[in-house]
Ligand binder design. Structure first.
Ligand code: NAD
Length: 291
């Protein structure tokens, strides 16, 4: 029989992941502090719970939350998942954490006899909504196999990287690259603008050139149409850049570009606020260049 899942954290990313799980026929019990987010999932046939602990009686629990601090409260706080998960249940963490953070949280779960599968995803909200996002998995291979049907219901591809902690490393690396690419794409577009090019044509030419990137393809259009709506905030970008810089220090790897991009995002947060879309970082450059 199919496993049943609790899903906590139904935001821009989690809401789409939980919807995919539900659409693929899994029994899903949901909790979010935002009632509107819960309603959207109930409309797809999910069951609402009054707390993470109550939802966790489903047997296994998935989380997609905005910070390790919130993940800790939902996992180990009063009325948290560890109060409700039965012995032999699994906690699947789909939020992006640093390596130290996920190891610490997994140790809290382990003390209560709950195994952790870390499963951050990459590709953004639009791919998540289309069921085409990629999962980066850290944990025991047999545990991964057990939950693979659920992971494959939400994600088109998944990569088992190694033990818990290893998925955080690759996830933080891929986000670091994405933020560097975003600033690079913004600089390229502003240079094209100053060079007097038609920006729509410059977009297409770059997309077909050696300078293309996933970020250019997906985000430059949002910059050019002025919406910036990538579904991922400045605060989340700064969280992940912070994890990258911490890893650089811990592992002794130089991260000059990431340090510079982190400073640019801090400036973006000061200018537009932490809730602004991360893509809006390019508006700093647009404002500097003028119209
Ligand atoms: P979000 O802010 O849109 O969603 C977070 C959800 O958690 C919200 O619905 C909020 O109400 C809920 N929440 C917050 N505190 C809670 C609590 N104490 N109890 C219950 N619910 C609570 O964030 P998001 O963009 O969905 O990102 C979630 C995680 O996924 C982050 O770690 C982020 O880095 C990662 N991620 C996001 C994207 C993306 O494109 N948005 C892509 C990859 C990874």
């Amino acid at each position: 029989a199919r496993l049943a899942y609790a899903f906590i954290g139904l935001g821009h990313l989690g809401g789409n992941l939980a919807a995919s799980l539900r659409r693929n026929g899994f029994a899903v019990t949901v909790f979010d502090r935002d009632p509107a987010a819960v309603e959207r999932l109930v409309a797809l046939g999910a069951t609402a719970a009054a707390s993470p602990a109550e939802a966790a009686r489903a047997g296994n629990a998935i989380t997609c939350l905005p910070s390790p601090k919130v993940s800790e409260a939902v996992l180990a706080g009063p009325d948290g998942l560890l109060q409700g998960l039965p012995a032999g249940g699994t906690w699947i963490e789909m939020s992006t954490n640093g390596r130290d953070e996920i190891l610490r949280l997994a140790a809290l779960a382990s003390k209560k006899g709950i195994e952790t599968l870390e499963c951050p995803v990459t590709g953004g909200v639009h791919l998540a909504a289309a069921g085409r996002i990629t999962a980066l998995v850290g944990g025991d291979a047999a545990l991964y196999e057990r939950h693979r049907p659920a992971i494959e219901a939400m994600c088109a591809k998944s990569f088992l990287m190694g033990p818990v902690g290893s998925a955080a490393v690759i996830k933080v690396i891929t986000n670091m690259l994405a933020f560097i690419h975003l600033v690079a794409a913004g600089e390229a577009l502003m240079l094209a603008k100053r060079g007097g090019l038609d920006l729509a044509q410059a977009y297409h030419a770059i997309a077909a050139s050696s300078g293309n990137s996933f970020v250019h393809e997906t985000e430059s259009q949002l910059i050019l149409n002025g919406s910036y709506d990538i579904g991922f905030t400045m605060d989340l970008a700064l969280k992940d850049l912070g994890f990258a810089l911490a890893m650089g220090r811990d592992f002794g790897a130089p991260l000059d570009l990431a340090s510079r991009v982190n400073a640019i995002f801090e400036e973006g947060k000061r200018a537009y606020g932490g809730d602004a879309w991360s893509t809006k970082i390019v508006k700093l450059l647009e404002d500097a260049v003028g119209t």
